[in-house]
Design a protein around this ligand. Structure first.
Ligand code: FES
Ligand code: FES
Length: 163
């Protein structure tokens, strides 16, 4: 067992955990943050478990929870600071960027990071950015449309950026 301290969605936690516990299981089982999904039995291919580690999108099934010690984590539950929808979430809603929604938290977390780096992406750049996220039911046309809409909303709202 190891003691870790970390910040998740702005809240500080100190927990005793098994050294082999994966970060995705720590978030889901220890902190009940079940918006972070497991879609590929921890193989790193589906992207449903994507979160932010110190602001960068990472697949939380590829990390041990002990590796998050001292770091700042954001999950999909922390994407919007005020409890409403962020611009990115609103755009997915407006453009029908989801069907069952299982892949959506991971896509949102990945695209939130992507849009910070790419404020005015074209379709090809968005599709490239989505390579690590599998959606099994919508296809990607509406997802790309939603990301494009979110990019415009964010540009229009600057400097009050809410990815
Ligand atoms: Fe992490 Fe699929 S559960 S990539
Ligand atoms: Fe169902 Fe993507 S919306 S897997």
């Amino acid at each position: 067992m190891t003691s870790i301290k970390l910040t998740v969605n702005g809240e500080k936690f100190e927990e005793q955990i098994d050294n082999r516990l994966l970060l995705v299981d720590f978030l889901r089982d220890n902190l009940s943050l079940t918006g972070t999904h497991v879609g590929c039995t921890y193989e790193g291919v589906c992207g449903a478990c994507t979160i932010h580690l110190d602001g960068d999108a990472v697949k939380s099934c590829m990390l041990l929870a002990v590796q998050a010690d001292g770091h700042n984590i954001t999950t999909v539950e922390g994407l919007s600071a005020d409890g409403g929808l962020s611009d990115l979430q609103q755009a997915f809603n407006d453009e029908h960027g989801l069907q069952c929604g299982y892949c959506t938290p991971g896509i949102l977390m990945n695209m939130a990071d992507f849009l910070r780096e790419n404020p005015n992406p074209n379709d090809e750049q968005i599709r490239h950015g989505l390579i690590g996220n599998l959606c099994r039911c919508t296809g990607y046309v509406h997802i790309v449309r939603a990301v494009k809409k979110a990019a415009k909303m964010l540009r229009d709202n600057e400097p009050e950026v809410r990815v």
